[in-house]
Design a protein around this ligand. Structure first.
Ligand SMILES: [Zn+2]
Length: 91
């Protein structure tokens, strides 16, 4: 599904912030429209066309960054939990 097709289906506004996207922006610019793949990892990461939406490149990028930050924080939490296993077992 192309940007053009997604635009005609879902409109010209960003999936995340709801603000208008600039379809004249060169690809890769912050306000340009990018295809956001909404992937439900519990379904094995299969990309469904029904779950493609348009979003600003900036919003798309920010979302990925925050998700990566959250993942790193979770990994850190897991590491701390594993490091404290001995303490937990002594209780
Ligand atoms: Zn946006």
């Amino acid at each position: 599904m192309s940007v053009r097709a997604l635009r005609s289906t879902f409109g010209p506004n960003c999936h995340w912030c709801g603000l208008a996207m600039d379809f004249d922006e060169p690809h890769g610019r912050p306000e340009s429209a990018t295809i956001e793949h909404l992937i439900d990892s519990t379904l094995g990461g299969v990309r469904s066309q029904k779950r493609r939406r348009l979003a600003h490149a900036a919003c798309n990028h920010a979302r990925n960054e925050f998700r990566m930050q959250a993942e790193r924080q979770f990994q850190h939490w897991i590491a701390e939990r594993q490091a404290s296993e001995k303490t937990l077992n002594e209780k």
